[in-house]
Design a protein around this ligand. Structure first.
Ligand code: TAP
Length: 449
């Protein structure tokens, strides 16, 4: 059985990929169990060296990985190169972890009490199609560093870079079976990660609906799960902000990766007194956003991932009050012009994740109203606050229930700082200094003397 890959910028089929069945998953997990035992027994420095070698192999193939992502996912080449180098940086960062995963020595009477960070064993990682390489690395790099083996399931739409990373791991000298990439469907391969007794932890990134099912399945198996789910993040612009700067930055915050970004600031909340002025500034910034051939260095936004997804995104514009739109190529490919909608608080576009290049603009009255409006969705992943008032920046950033916020910036992801969502946006944190520890269980041993 195979599935067909489509180039989203042309709509043309270009490759068949193997679809694994349950028996193949079970065989991969069995290999992973064996590989993990030897990997965990290695000296920490040997695991660190192996991860650095893997990082070097990725660095040497940045252009190749980036071009695969352009073809498979329609990402602009500049972004795709950043993504590939980010994978190498994540590997290098967590290569520092094996030698730092220290336990504690706790004072007790009559003996010695020590804690150990034990790896889970085999970790199953399920990733979506929007950032196939980077999101996979947020799971596999710290999981491997902590002494686990990894089975990784890429999305059916975008498996190519993950498959290549699996080959590069072997070429770099990682043991056979330690890091395996299994292509196939979520309902077969993903579900088997959830139900397989030897997969001892699951990391799931994707939609809130599927994540909830995955979490329920893991609960039945008493299996820990990290969930990175959807978002409806707010970009809050106060009247005292540098409006030119805020308006110039707003398109990048929502149209990056054609809006197919869990952190997309897909709601712009603007203080009522500067609402009209902000829209005047936003319009030319949206018009200037360069949408087109992802293979060109100058392109800022490529196509959507599929025809089906384009229909879903378009459905959000039915009955919507469109203020203005940018441009997009005509013809084949899943193109969609960046779109700015004026929305009411109860509108579907103001509450549900679009996962496309559509942003809803809403006015607010004061600081308390801004916080209430920002929190008025099921989600809580990211967000931005634009103000020149430091006290307000502190108050609002403490008041907004999101896992990742930035002030006078839209930055969300740095591999050395924690990342993850509140409410329906997820459970647990990836990245940052503690991520490797999240792939371990604490064991306590008391030695009587
Ligand atoms: P999903 O449809 O949820 O798919 C995500 C992954 O789960 C895919 O690999 C999919 O496999 C697999 N899957 C599907 N059904 C499954 C099941 N029953 N059991 C186990 N695995 C299953 O999401 P998507 O459409 O690919 O991605 C978009 C969503 O991901 C958005 O909501 C976005 O916000 C969210 N996202 C969140 C983050 C973070 S870090 N919070 C980052 C990126 C994306 P198939 O390929 O077979 O469908």
């Amino acid at each position: 059985m195979t599935f067909t890959l489509i180039d989203p910028s042309t709509g043309a089929a270009f490759r068949e990929v193997h679809r694994a069945d349950v028996e193949e998953v079970d065989a991969a997990v069995a290999r992973a169990v064996v590989a993990q035992r030897s990997w965990a027994a290695l000296a920490p420095v040997a695991r660190a060296d192996a991860l650095r070698a893997f990082a070097r192999a990725v660095e040497e193939h940045i252009d190749e990985l980036a071009r695969l992502e352009v073809l498979n996912s329609g990402h602009p080449i500049g972004s795709a190169r950043w993504e590939a180098s980010h994978v190498a940086q994540v590997l290098n960062f967590y290569a520092g972890a094996p030698e730092r995963l220290s336990g504690q020595q706790i004072p007790v009477a009559g003996g010695l009490d020590v804690t150990f960070h034990e790896p889970y064993g085999v970790v199953g990682i399920i990733v979506p199609w929007n950032f196939p390489m980077t999101i996979a690395s947020w799971g596999f790099a710290p999981a491997l560093a902590a002494g686990n083996a990894v089975v990784l399931k890429p999305a059916e739409l975008t498996p190519l870079t993950a498959v290549r990373l699996g080959e590069l791991a072997l070429e770099a000298g990682l043991p056979e079976g330690l890091f395996q990439v299994i292509t196939g469907s979520g309902s077969i391969v993903g579900q088997r990660f959830v139900s397989h007794p030897d997969v001892r932890k699951v990391v799931f990134t994707g939609s809130t609906a599927v994540g909830t099912d995955v979490a329920a399945g893991c609960a039945r198996e008493l299996k820990p799960v990290t969930l990175e789910l959807g978002g409806k993040s707010a970009n809050i612009v106060f009247a005292d902000a540098d409006l030119e700067k805020a308006a110039a930055a707003a398109p990048g915050a929502v149209f990056d990766n054609a809006g197919q970004d869990c952190c997309a600031r897909s709601r712009i909340l603007v203080e009522r007194s500067v609402y009209d002025r902000f829209l005047e500034l936003l319009e030319p910034a949206v018009a200037a956003w360069r949408v087109g051939d992802p293979a060109l260095e100058s392109t800022e936004m490529g196509p959507l991932i599929s025809a089906a997804h384009r229909s879903t995104v378009a459905s959000f514009l039915e009955g919507a009050d469109v203020a203005f739109r940018g441009s997009a190529p005509e013809g084949d490919g899943f193109w969609f012009a960046p779109t700015v909608v004026l929305a009411g608080r109860e509108d579907r576009i103001a509450r549900e994740e679009v996962f496309g290049p559509v942003v809803a603009v809403l006015p607010f009255d004061d600081e308390a109203d801004a916080i209430a409006l920002a929190n008025d969705t099921a989600y809580g992943l990211a967000g931005s606050i634009w103000t020149e008032n430091l006290g307000r920046a502190v108050r609002v950033s403490r008041g907004v229930k999101s896992g990742v916020l930035s002030v006078n910036s839209h930055s969300s992801v740095r591999y050395w700082t924690p990342f993850g969502g509140m409410k329906a946006s997820g459970l647990g944190r990836e990245l940052g200094p503690d991520a490797a520890e999240h792939f371990t269980e604490t064991k306590n041993v008391f030695f009587a003397t």
